[in-house]
Design a binder for this molecule. Structure first.
Ligand SMILES: [Zn+2]
Length: 249
């Protein structure tokens, strides 16, 4: 507890005075651009690794970055999604898994959470990912297995996200974009789900340090700009949530 109080003191004395304008602006309204659904793991802090200020990200955290399918389970995650989409009007939703995820390790070993009935029940929402993994991968290496399941889980939760009426309606109208990420704690890499290629690719920072892109996206952007064309709009969607980080507040 002492650490918490000391940290709060430092925030009040050092950080707060430098951001007073921001907090005054945030005192009566919020307008986050992105909803981030990520794991409760203490090492995964989306505001930190996207250099975001308070007010920029609407973050929902739970064990395993799960999005329960709407018809099966309406609870806190569903309510937060609905609020972020309908009231706050977020333009992007990121489902962000991560390396060394305890929830994914448990999902790989059914029965390992027997002493935790709530965790067991919650992780049933990751069952679909485990089935996809078990029937489509033949991997012996434990790290590779965990990595593959973590990616499949992000894809599964994106699929669940589509079952939420508020999201489905805006997706159909082209008013919202969904993104699947896997954050690597050790290397600070982010792998992004490329829905067209149906695989994850590593985000790379472009030459101008402003555009973040996968190698493929960078190539598309380069060929388009040399031809004088516009950037590939469908792929640009993937970049938005990252490109906004740490912006104008
Ligand atoms: Zn986790």
């Amino acid at each position: 507890m002492d650490k918490l109080i000391e940290g709060f003191e430092r925030f009040r004395k050092v950080t707060y005075p430098t951001k007073q304008r921001l907090f005054k602006k945030l005192a009566t309204a919020q307008a986050p651009h992105t909803l981030v659904i990520t794991c409760a793991d203490s090492r995964v802090v989306p505001e930190y690794f996207t250099s975001s200020d308070p007010g920029q990200l609407f973050v929902v955290r739970n064990v395993g970055n799960i999005v329960p399918p709407y018809a099966q389970f309406v609870g806190g995650v569903s309510a937060a999604i609905e609020y972020a989409v309908v009231v706050l009007g977020v333009k992007d939703i990121v489902v962000c898994g991560h390396s060394d995820c305890g929830a994914m390790k448990a999902t790989l070993k059914p029965g390992s959470t027997e002493s935790m009935p709530a965790v067991t029940a919650w992780l049933r929402h990751a069952e679909v990912a485990r089935h996809v993994f078990e029937q489509n991968y033949e991997l012996d290496d434990e790290k590779a297995r965990l990595h593959a399941l973590t990616e499949e889980n992000v894809i599964s939760q994106l699929d669940h996200l589509r079952t939420h009426p508020s999201v489905a309606a805006r997706l159909a109208a082209g008013k919202i974009s969904m993104h699947g990420w896997v954050y690597d704690i050790e290397t600070a890499d982010i792998r992004v789900f490329d829905a067209e290629a149906r695989r994850f690719v590593t985000l790379q920072i472009g030459d101008d340090d402003k555009v973040l892109a996968t190698p493929e996206m960078a190539a598309v952007a380069a060929s388009n700009s040399s031809a004088g064309g516009a950037a590939d709009a469908s792929r640009a969607g993937y970049l938005r949530a990252v490109a906004y980080a740490g912006s104008d507040l």
